[in-house]
Design a protein. Structure first.
Lengths: 253, 292
């Protein structure tokens, strides 16, 4: 396995305050990595810093061996980093087909875009069945499938998913995590942020715990699921009153 | 009954021009969340450009439209670059009201200095030609104006729905963050959108100059009319602008023909208030964002 993405001492935030206070994270190519942590820890901010929506004040972001922290979102997209933001990211009053076409907007070669859409439709057949329907008329689970299909149009090296299961019913949630595993099986690298930590870690090769703007722990998804401190704080085993830092170093750790 | 139908015919024909003016206004709001208070002044500027081309070189106002739209497209892009782009995103919605009002006053001043403040009208040879169908009179210039407005709206529709850049504009209206993450450059879309909105004002201005006499202060009447139309139809919705223009124009013309012209403008303000009581987002607007 090789490192496809490396964050080194990343400090970022909005206005005067810093949300990320020195994030270090390595993401291995062809794997699924899940970022978990409490609300406000900076999970979505990490993804925004990688895709270019937010520029770090300090630290470096390296993708495929190249420093990218100063690039705008579009050049990062062209390098193969696709970011699916939280909530619904489709264009609701446009057809599913137009949404897929927008997935390749940054590319000049429209023939290649159509070929990639054909491939994406094979992976996510819902796109063919509902091609002419408005994206906003699809169910939450269907919209998520179209969002994932749209990422494939850029033939991405890294897919960033912000809360992919939010607002979905249990069946659709299961389908989304299944699709994420299939993307990894096809060689894609996925970094996802997930509030539903148990499902997210179960679908991931690796997990990272973010607390107060710093990565506290990185391990395999399976071992984090079995970690009593993580289970108590983030997997609903008990109420979470303290962070992982206190939990692992405090008297109950 | 005859007066009523005659009023409806007049209202429908006039609605085309109103819809063209308002489509630019609603497009600019949809893309940039900017209520362009200079849209009326741009329409009047378009009318003056047509007037000048007609009086100096004899260019027919309909044939002048390609020239005036290109000129106003460039002016619109320049206004966006000079006055709106420097505004911080979080302040844009509020500050743009002041900025675009200032642009309207600037344009009014320029028009007053250049063409004075007396009323002007474009008197073509066919200005008073009309035909009668089943007892109802239709002035030819109004019919041509209606058809031209429909053609311009169809072009706008094709641009937005059948081109790659048009898709990017619609995407930006519906979900700006997502559009940006897919490589759409927001500044480019904003500049193009403002230019396009100004170009529709120019096309509508050429037609307006054929139908009505105008002077630099006409933009005050136009902007209140345009705001009524786009709010009635739903801010950000071009379909809504067309329907809003139809309601405003037909109700106004019918009341004018059957009751009194004094009540005509009051009528659509009453309709506007009633619609807003039931649907605060307008007929085709969405509570959150528009969808063109």
């Amino acid at each position: 396995m090789s490192t496809i993405l490396k964050l080194d001492g990343v400090v970022a935030g909005y206005g005067a305050g810093d949300i990320l206070k020195g994030v270090d994270l390595d993401v291995q190519a062809g794997t699924v990595t899940c970022l978990i942590g409490p609300n406000g820890a900076g999970k979505s901010t990490v993804l925004k810093t990688i895709s270019g929506l937010l520029r770090p004040k300090n630290g470096t972001v390296t993708f495929r061996g190249e420093r990218i922290e100063k690039l705008a979102p579009k050049p990062r997209l062209l390098k193969g980093i696709v970011h699916v933001p939280q909530d619904r990211s489709l264009f609701p009053a446009m057809s599913v087909w137009d949404n897929l076409l927008m997935g390749g907007y940054a590319l000049k070669d429209q023939k290649a875009v159509k070929q990639r859409i054909a491939h994406a439709v094979e992976v996510f057949p819902i796109c063919a069945r509902r091609a002419h329907d408005h994206a906003g008329s699809l169910s939450g689970g269907e919209q998520k499938q179209v969002e994932l299909a749209r990422t494939l149009v850029m033939d991405p090296g890294l897919i960033l998913l912000d809360e992919p299961s939010i607002g979905l019913d249990p069946k659709s949630r299961q389908q989304v995590f299944l699709s994420i595993r299939e993307l990894a099986a096809a060689g894609r690298t996925v970094l996802l942020v997930e509030q539903n930590a148990r499902s997210g870690l179960a679908a991931s090769d690796f997990g990272a715990v973010l607390e107060s703007g710093v990565v506290r722990l990185v391990a395999t998804g399976a071992s984090l699921l079995e970690d009593p401190a993580v289970a108590r704080l983030y997997l609903g085993a008990a109420s979470a009153g303290h962070g992982l830092a206190q939990a692992t170093t405090g008297p109950q750790g | 009954m005859h007066a009523l139908i005659q009023g409806v015919i007049l209202g429908v024909l006039t609605a085309g021009v109103y819809a063209l003016m308002a489509s630019g206004q609603t497009l600019i709001f949809g893309i940039m969340k900017v209520v362009n208070l200079a849209q009326g002044a741009m329409v009047v500027f378009g009318a003056y450009l047509s007037y000048q081309l007609f009086t100096s070189w004899g260019v027919d106002p309909f044939l002048a439209i390609p020239i005036t739209t290109v000129a106003m497209f460039v002016l619109g892009m320049a206004v966006e670059w000079a006055f709106l782009r420097p505004l911080r995103q979080q302040d844009k919605a509020e500050l743009s009201l002041l900025v675009t009002f200032a642009v309207a006053l600037l344009l009014e001043g320029f028009l007053s200095v250049t063409w004075k403040t007396t009323y002007r009208s474009i008197n073509t040879g066919y200005a008073n030609s009309s035909m009668t169908i089943a007892g109802y009179q239709i002035t030819l210039v109004r019919l041509w104006a209606f058809l031209l407005s429909l053609g311009a709206l169809a072009l706008l529709f094709l641009l937005l729905n059948r081109t790659r850049f048009g898709r990017a504009i619609r995407a930006t209206v519906q979900n700006p963050e997502s559009a940006r993450l897919l490589g759409v450059e927001a500044q480019r879309v904003s500049a193009f959108g403002f230019g396009l909105g100004s170009a529709t004002a120019a096309a509508a201005g050429s037609v307006y100059g054929l139908l009505y006499a105008f002077y630099p202060g006409t933009h005050y009447d136009l902007i209140s009319l345009l705001l009524s139309i786009v709010i009635l139809g739903g801010l950000g919705s071009i379909g809504g602008a067309v329907v809003g223009a139809l309601i405003v124009s037909v109700s106004s013309a019918v009341v004018s023909a059957t009751a009194s012209p004094t009540w005509s403008s009051m009528t659509f303000f009453i309709i506007l208030l009633l619609v807003l009581l039931v649907r605060p987002q307008g007929l085709f607007g969405t509570p959150a964002r528009g969808a063109i």
